[in-house]
Design a protein around this ligand. Structure first.
Ligand code: MG
Length: 255
């Protein structure tokens, strides 16, 4: 089921979008060599409490999950790229960390992610981060009334191919609204002109993620964290956006 939001409802989603953006900004500032992943989770948890928001992750228990997630943040480091379960780990010089955060405020959800290197970066890590950011921008620019879902997928995939990365289409973008995950699925590669027509009021998370030298992933023994099959590093960039008559509105835009 694809739910479209009224213009009023899209406006009602702005506060949660701004809140999620503020948490990611704070996490980006906090992430540094010597910081524990559990400290990042604690910071996000405190911001949730202070805002009167609700975590979308802490009780999350889908069929593939070993048990409820138990944390409010995904922290994926180096060869981990998605769904990283925060654990007792201190960030080291040159680590590439992706943080993914979703929360609910006033009955609406927003979802966003970013990747950053702490300490001295490897050029290839900065390159894969850049690729996901460029792909996210391209995907958002394709999210206009009259286009189709496939146009977003194609735009993202084109950037990946230009950078020489493979694309895994198992995990991608999704509808967002009263809950974190809804229809439609938005693969990070695909054929232009295919799929659902984009209409005003469609609110979706667009989330390109690429690995440097593979498109294969496996699940860590923790039951959640997804790691690259060849140990290469990956990056992830995500925004929640609304399709509007005036063009895409980035609800989770950071200053
Ligand atoms: Mg997310």
């Amino acid at each position: 089921v694809i739910e479209l939001k009224s213009p009023t409802e899209v406006q009602e989603m702005r506060p949660v979008g701004a809140f999620v953006a503020s948490v990611l900004t704070a996490l980006k500032e906090k992430a540094a060599v010597g910081v524990n992943l559990l400290e990042l989770d604690a910071l996000a948890h405190k911001m949730i409490r202070d805002a009167g928001a609700t975590s979308c992750y802490i009780d999350y228990h889908p069929s593939f999950g070993a048990s409820p997630f138990g944390k409010v943040l995904c922290t994926s480091v180096n060869d981990a790229v998605l769904h990283g379960l925060p654990f007792d780990y201190v960030l080291q010089d040159g680590d590439l960390i992706s943080v993914d955060f979703a929360a609910e405020l006033n009955g609406w959800v927003a979802d966003s992610a970013l990747s950053v290197v702490v300490g001295t970066p490897r050029p290839e890590d900065l390159r894969v981060i850049e690729a996901t950011e460029v792909a996210l921008k391209a995907g958002i620019e394709a999210a206009v009334v009259g286009n189709k879902i496939g146009d977003i997928s194609w735009a993202i995939g084109e950037v990946a191919h230009q950078y020489g990365y493979l694309v895994n289409t198992d995990f991608g973008g999704h509808g967002v609204g009263r809950t974190m995950h809804g229809d439609p699925h938005i693969a990070n590669d695909g054929r232009a002109g295919r799929g659902l027509k984009l209409k005003p009021g469609l609110v979706i998370a667009i989330e390109p993620w690429f690995l440097i030298s593979t498109d294969e992933i496996y699940t860590d023994p923790d039951g959640w964290t997804l790691r690259s099959a060849d140990k290469s590093r990956g990056a992830h960039s995500e925004h929640t956006i609304a399709v509007t008559p005036k063009g895409p509105l980035i609800l989770t835009a950071r200053d």
